[in-house]
Design a protein around this ligand. Structure first.
Ligand code: BES
Ligand code: ZN
Ligand code: ZN
Length: 458
């Protein structure tokens, strides 16, 4: 279990009262006079995320009141650990099973810190006694999967190249008894991944295709594909400084599918899992692929390069072609693919694309129950012709630049021809601004919802 949880025998655990705005009067009435006076004096009204330490007569923290506001923020508990001193805490208020699970998950998520390059923290984080009715193992595996994704994204590109990303996947494979193979550099040409090779060939850190397999070969096939661009300079269509600054996170799709794979394998779901990660650095050198080049993809389609900064879809095209040959029961790709997705929905809501209405409906439902935002956008057929090229089968960008997230998804769709259940997630993988329990930095998106969907189906 995660170290942010305490054992239930922890007898000195400090009680936490969870108080909503409507529950305030009842709570005040049930408290000793000294406590209700203290709460009123400090204007504690159950405001969302408000933390009030309640002292004993000796002046130590005897209890904590935590505001739930209107009770409509499922993961509000992630705001709490940051505001509490080291020690063990327990939830004193009664929570039903759903809310107890959300409280424990929120607590775990809010305890995350990225510490690779700083001195160890002086104080250990506060610990929570697992509330009753919580599936402690499941909460822990979800949090571990998310922490893995965040750690990988937060690690800067100088320490997270294609090799290091492969090492991270290898560590997962060892932990869960999965098999892993990788095609490296020119092996990509030998095994016919020409777009992947072209995107990655300018960097001294050779591109790779990571291929992890796990589970009973006879179980339903679930395949995850994640964009693993360890740094996106834009290539010869170089990004301006402001746009390049965050591009260590361009392997956020890979990090997210590895986080999801962690959850699936740790839970022992009855699936045959395959994780394909095309990883490369989109770099600049005399050997860079160029605007105007025409490359033949693994599928055989010729691709005119309209912009070397639209590199993610090239990597995914070859990887999806391979994934598609097995016709998995479910094929999911995740990628920090377009700035246009952010323009449309902002950093917190990743769009997803699928032509399967049933799958879309299930994803929507799990997104709601798991409080893991996502929003369906259309694979709008009429826009597909905007990708036409005069001298090749397809261009990697459109000329107008409108509906960029949709046309990127339509580009990918040209390479998924036989799998019915395919969904593409265009994620941001980053918290742009700091909020309680969500520090600026790498973020997992949509994988809690996808995991819950898989867990209930397999
Ligand atoms: N990695 C970027 C997309 C991106 C940018 C994601 C910022 C999140 C934040 C991708 O490789 C890219 O550069 N896409 C271009 C595509 C364009 C050239 C058609 C973009 O979105 O500008
Ligand atoms: Zn790019
Ligand atoms: Zn990119």
């Amino acid at each position: 279990m995660l170290s942010v949880f305490a054992s239930s025998e922890e007898s000195l655990a400090i009680p936490i009262w969870a108080v909503s705005r409507v529950g305030l009067d009842d709570w005040l009435a049930a408290q000793p006079a000294a406590v209700s006076t203290w709460a009123r004096a400090n204007e504690f009204k159950g405001q969302a995320g408000r933390v009030l330490n309640i002292p004993s007569p000796e002046g130590v923290v005897a209890a904590v009141a935590f505001g739930l506001g209107d009770g409509d923020e499922a993961l509000i508990w992630r705001a709490l650990p940051d505001s509490l001193a080291t020690g063990a805490y327990r939830i004193a208020s009664h929570l039903d099973a759903e809310n107890a699970n959300r409280a424990a998950l929120g607590w775990a998520l809010g305890s995350y810190r990225y510490r690779r390059y700083t001195k160890p923290a002086k104080d250990a984080p506060p610990r929570l006694v697992m509330p009753e009715g919580v599936d402690a193992d499941d909460i822990s595996r979800i949090a571990e999967g998310i922490f893995l994704a965040r750690d990988l994204i937060n690690t800067p590109s100088n320490d997270m190249g294609p090799q290091e990303l492969t090492d991270a996947a290898q560590a997962l494979a060892v932990k869960f008894g999965a098999s892993l193979s990788a095609l490296i550099g020119d092996e990509l040409l030998v095994h016919n991944y020409p777009l992947m090779h072209a995107v990655g060939r300018a960097s001294p850190r050779a591109p790779r295709l990571i291929d992890l397999r796990w589970g009973d070969v006879n179980a339903p096939k679930v395949t995850l594909v994640g964009k693993g661009v360890v740094f996106d300079s834009g290539g010869l269509d170089l990004k301006p400084s402001a746009s390049m600054l965050l591009m260590k996170k361009d392997m956020g799709g890979a990090a997210n599918v590895l986080g999801l794979a962690y959850m699936i394998m740790d839970a022992g779901l009855r699936v045959r899992l395959r994780v394909l990660i095309p990883t490369a650095e989109n770099s600049v050198s005399g050997d860079s692929f160029r605007p105007g080049d025409i490359l033949t993809s693994r599928r055989g389609l010729t691709v005119e390069i309209g912009n070397t900064d639209a590199e993610g879809r090239l990597l995914l095209a070859d990887a999806l072609t391979e994934a598609d040959t097995e016709q998995p029961e479910l094929l999911i790709d995740m990628a920090t693919l377009t700035g246009a997705a952010r323009t449309a929905l902002g950093p917190e809501i990743p769009p997803f694309f699928t032509s399967d209405d049933g799958l879309a409906e299930r994803l929507k439902n799990y997104s709601e129950t798991q409080a893991d935002p996502m929003w369906r956008m259309p694979l709008w057929k009429p826009y597909d012709k905007d990708l036409d090229s005069k001298i090749a089968d397809v261009n990697n960008v459109t000329s107008g630049g409108m509906a960029g997230a949709i046309t990127a998804a339509l580009f990918l769709q040209r390479f998924v021809t036989s799998t019915k259940n395919w969904a593409h997630f265009d994620i941001y993988a980053w918290n742009a601004k700091s909020s309680a329990g969500q520090p600026v930095g790498g973020e997992a998106q949509a994988i809690r919802a996808i995991y819950a969907l898989l867990r209930d189906h397999y």
